[in-house]
Design a protein around this ligand. Structure first.
Ligand code: TYD
Length: 205
């Protein structure tokens, strides 16, 4: 079995940049192929669901269950087969995003979303790196970016609630390793991530 790693954090925290670097490092370090993927929509055909999720105003519960449908396809079609083929999987966003955004961001009860995630019986990541950026900092970065989706347009208060929920999740789960990224450059974040992954002994299963 390969190792299942997830990356989490507010939009603008630098996940995607790190994902590219880490996928390469994982291949060099473990000698196993890396599969880099993402949610929502990281499966063949998933772009339609991604389009709906990122650009339609949905009721929070509808949104939650659509993210779960997307995840279900993603696990079955991409994540599970790759892990079984001894590849490492590096996924941007997963169940913690659903808790952080659908409860923290969109107001569903924390306990309710956590329970729904458990009921979904999704494959549990071996390790999750949470890039913790101050919401004000993330907001500033997002405003400088082009092509906003509706989550990115939701504003600073929204980001603060999502951030609070991510931090709450990190306190409750050993699986989630928090890295404060505000004062670090890309290379420093990368080096810290590698150190944490090595120390957590989740590779070479
Ligand atoms: P994306 O453009 O992939 O954002 P980023 O580059 O910041 O990862 O958009 C994904 C958006 O979907 C992001 O704002 C968070 C949201 N999301 C949820 O609300 N719930 C979920 O379960 C997932 C996976 C994502």
């Amino acid at each position: 079995m390969g190792t299942f790693l997830t990356l989490e954090g507010l939009d603008g925290c630098g996940k995607s940049t790190q994902a590219v670097l880490l996928a390469r490092w994982l291949e060099d370090y473990t000698g196993r192929e890396s599969v880099r993927t993402y949610e929502p929509g990281g499966w063949n055909g998933g772009e339609k669901l991604r389009e709906i999720l990122l650009h339609t105003n949905l009721a929070p519960k509808s949104e939650l269950f659509l993210f779960m449908s997307d995840r279900s396809e993603h696990v079955m079609r991409v994540i599970n087969p790759a892990l079984k083929a001894d590849k490492n999987v590096l996924c941007e966003r997963y169940t913690d995003s659903s808790v952080a955004y659908q409860s923290g961001g969109h107001g569903l009860k924390f306990e309710y979303v956590v329970k729904i995630m458990k009921a979904g019986h999704f494959l549990e990541p071996d390790i999750t790196i949470f890039y913790d950026i101050e919401p004000e900092h993330a907001f500033k970065r997002l405003r400088e970016r082009q092509g906003h989706d509706r989550f990115e347009d939701a504003g600073l208060t929204f980001l603060k609630r999502v951030s609070y929920t991510y931090r709450r999740l990190a306190k409750l789960n050993d699986r989630i390793k928090l890295i404060k990224v505000d004062d670090l450059n890309v290379v420093q974040v990368y080096e810290k991530t590698i150190e944490i992954i090595k120390n957590s002994c989740v590779l070479f299963k």
